[in-house]
Design a protein around this ligand. Structure first.
Ligand code: SF4
Length: 181
């Protein structure tokens, strides 16, 4: 992966996940300082930038596709990122969010917003993205180039994958991580 002589640009976002994969990214700790010499995080919940650039070298998606907003974000990342990476089990196989798939969406909403609520139960209609009927992993809606399983993937795994990509090599995440690791 080349940043055209300059730093490799990286964008990240979370879809339907718990943010734990991003926390694992931060767990690279001191190594982030070294990585900052080689990568430029141009868009992420971890930085202030609010606009996804038109062209990005590497896009990293945490979480699964559960809502119309997730779907839009995944498509936008795919359109603008040369390489797209699914980070963590929720992105790779649906994981925890997909546990609602055996149930009808109306029943899930009823359970979450009425049956389990003691005070003012109501189903929100404004300010929340519309849920899709089923939760899907990222590669079911857009092409994904690199899969990094784990819940979350260990910081060492994320560091390995990033350094391999920066060096222009194809990482083999299966050597260092597995589902649920
Ligand atoms: S893979 Fe695990 S740590 Fe990552 S977003 Fe999903 S539940 Fe959270």
């Amino acid at each position: 992966m080349s940043g055209n002589g300059s730093k490799v640009t990286v964008a990240t976002t979370w879809l339907d996940g718990c943010s734990g994969c991003h926390m694992s990214f931060l767990d690279m700790d001191q190594r982030l300082v070294d990585l900052a010499e080689q990568i430029d995080i141009v868009y992420s919940p971890l930085v202030d930038t609010k606009e996804l650039p038109e062209q990005v070298d590497l896009g990293i998606l945490e979480g699964s596709i559960s809502s119309d907003e997730d779907l839009h974000k995944a498509r936008e990342f795919r359109a603008r990122c040369k390489l797209l990476l699914s980070l963590g089990d929720c992105a790779v196989n649906g994981n925890v969010p997909a546990m609602r798939n055996p149930f009808k969406l109306d029943d899930v909403i009823e359970r979450a917003y009425r049956e389990n609520v003691d005070v003012n139960p109501q189903i929100p209609t404004e300010g929340v993205p519309a849920l899709l009927a089923t939760v899907r992993p990222v590669h079911h809606v857009v092409d994904v180039d690199i899969f990094v399983p784990g819940c979350p993937p260990h910081a060492d795994t994320i560091h390995y994958v990033l350094t391999e990509l920066i060096a222009g090599r194809t990482p083999d995440p299966g050597r260092v991580t597995r589902f649920g690791a």
